[in-house]
Ligand binder design. Structure first.
Ligand code: B1M
Length: 211
């Protein structure tokens, strides 16, 4: 269907100016919101992820694509009845306490949304007890933490310990990322995964929920 391909291309090339109009046009032509998401938006973000992996595009292009996807989603979400859209899984995400960097974390969140995950974003400077309380409240499949400062990375270990103390550690898969985090640190604190970038986070999350 030409309209779906056009919508998909608009996400891939980050056409923020025209994407809302195109989304409305698709709906006017009788296409279903869930169809736009599964046949245009999600495949578009998959292509974007591939292009990023292959070094064909960089963070700014990926951000604009993700923002275009979100503009389209903004129109579609209210039209989707609860339960109509199949979620790939739920991800709770946030930047750890003391850390205000959120560009990378937002990109990870947007890419996960683009891949069909329901993302609950706690923002930045998130205290361990806030992570723990939210895990208890929404029972997500995955808890993702981001840190950009060497001084805030240890907070990730504090959260993992707090989850254990609350008896919630086995209920959720924990993934960590951010420029100051290393795979070795992830192993050291007993996280389930480390992802170096947003596309890696999507691949990892998909594998986890498939299991
Ligand atoms: Co700050 N800052 N900053 N800063 N800042 C860095 C991180 C720094 C490396 C700059 C430097 O000195 N060269 C340095 C940290 C040094 C260190 O600890 N090793 C630094 C510092 C020191 C500071 C302050 C302390 C400066 C000061 O005030 N003296 C201060 C701290 C404030 C605080 O947090 N409490 C500070 C403040 C700021 C701003 C507020 C001005 C701004 C943040 C704005 C914002 O985020 N809204 C800022 C910025 C922009 C940067 C740099 C320039 C860029 C970071 C960024 O957005 N990169 C950064 C230097 C640099 O990295 N070149 C720097 C782009 C982003 C897409 O990449 O976040 O790495 P990144 O995310 C990637 C991956 O890491 C991964 O995927 C993303 C996309 O591929 N990823 C995940 C991230 N989270 C993930 C989670 C996952 C999986 C993957 O799973 C859950």
């Amino acid at each position: 269907m030409a309209l779906l391909s056009e919508l998909k291309e608009m996400v891939i090339y980050g056409n923020m100016a025209g994407i809302e109009e195109k989304t409305k046009e698709c709906l006017k032509q009788g296409l279903q919101p869930s169809q736009l998401i599964s046949e245009a938006l999600i495949p578009a973000m998959d292509t974007v992820g591939e292009k990023y992996k292959n070094g064909e595009i960089f963070v700014p292009e990926m951000l604009v694509a993700a923002k275009s996807m979100q503009l389209s989603m903004g129109i579609l979400k209210p039209l989707i009845a609860a339960g109509d859209l199949k979620t790939a899984g739920t991800v709770l995400i946030g930047t750890v306490q003391g850390d205000l960097h959120d560009i990378g974390k937002n990109l990870v969140a947007m890419m996960l949304e683009g891949a069909g995950f329901q993302v609950v974003d706690l923002g930045t400077d998130v205290a361990p007890e806030v992570f723990v309380d939210k895990v208890r409240e929404i029972n997500p499949d995955i808890l993702g933490m981001s840190a950009l400062l060497t001084t805030t990375v240890p907070q990730m270990g504090v959260v993992v310990e707090a989850l254990k103390k609350a008896g919630l550690r086995e209920n959720v898969k924990v993934v960590v990322g951010g420029a100051a985090v290393t795979p070795e640190y992830a192993i050291q604190i007993g996280a389930d995964g480390y992802c170096p970038d947003a596309t890696g986070a999507v691949d990892w999350a998909r594998q986890v929920v498939q299991k």
